[in-house]
Design a protein around this ligand. Structure first.
Ligand code: FPP
Length: 254
């Protein structure tokens, strides 16, 4: 928690510290153009590159992208294979450039079903960039919010079993700290493209007080202008965290 929290004040300012994104609509984008679904995913990767840069330039400290959910295995095998292949190629092509731009990469999710090659690439990318002090880029692969809470509970249970932690010492802070992004502030802004208005088992715990932004724009069409629209919308939100609007205004004015 310390790193980002110490350099950026709490997320009530105009720029969110942490943005979480569900990149939806690749398939529909391709279909509307009479193209096969893979073309949509490939176009989606290009947008990832642009948006990572744009977010960095706008002073956002952390970006978390939902690249592959624990439910995406239910897609046709050919599409799953394509997504994995695309992911491998993207890592091979992009990691050095991200490293030069001081981006620190982390993968969240259960890596065990992936082959050795992909697991190795993910591990290498994390190791190469671990000392970088620029944008914190988190990529969720085979991730689910319920899985995250489960692994946090297991981790804490193991500490209790080892006598390192008392059950009554477990509070919201302890549990939050055991989650995959436990060292980062929770997302201030959530963006979902593609028109659906749901969280789809993304960062369930961490989105409790996040501002939720839904846009009809399909992910391959999402550009810097769309990002700025989302940021402008965010800047106009009054974040109350359970307080009244009057209290928030009073604190701001003080
Ligand atoms: C949802 O669109 C998109 C995905 C399941 C994959 C997202 C992956 C990428 C954008 C590329 C890989 C990302 C990285 C970080 C390398 P959909 O297929 O559900 O679209 P649809 O709802 O229109 O069918």
């Amino acid at each position: 928690m310390a790193e980002i929290s110490s350099i950026v004040p709490p997320g009530c300012g105009p720029v969110p510290r942490h943005i979480a994104v569900i990149m939806d609509g690749n398939g529909r984008w391709a279909r509307r153009r009479g193209l096969p679904r893979p073309a949509g995913h490939r176009a989606g990767v290009k947008v990832v590159r642009r948006i990572v840069e744009a977010v960095d330039q706008r002073g956002v400290a952390a970006l978390t992208l939902f690249a592959f959910s624990s439910e995406n295995w239910r897609r046709p095998r050919t599409e799953v294979n394509l997504l994995i292949e695309l992911f491998i190629n993207t890592l091979q092509q992009e990691v050095d450039r991200l490293h030069r731009n001081r981006v620190r990469i982390r993968f969240i999710g259960d890596p065990t079903p992936f082959g050795r090659r992909l697991r190795r690439l993910m591990q290498d990318a994390e190791t190469l960039t671990q000392a970088n002090e620029g944008l914190r880029l988190n990529i969720a692969v085979n991730y689910g919010g319920r899985w995250d809470m489960l692994q946090a509970a297991r981790r804490l249970a193991a500490c209790v079993a080892a006598g390192e932690l008392k059950p009554e010492a477990i509070d919201e802070r302890t549990l939050a700290g055991a989650l995959s992004l436990g060292d980062l502030p929770e997302p201030d802004l959530f963006i979902r493209t593609g028109g659906e208005q749901r969280i789809s088992n993304f960062l369930l715990w961490q989105l409790a007080y996040t501002e939720l932004y839904f846009t009809e724009v399909l992910w391959p069409d999402f550009d810097e202008h769309c990002l700025d629209e989302a940021l402008a919308w965010f800047a106009g939100r009054q974040r109350r965290f359970g307080q009244t609007g009057e209290q928030v205004e009073r604190i701001k004015g003080a």
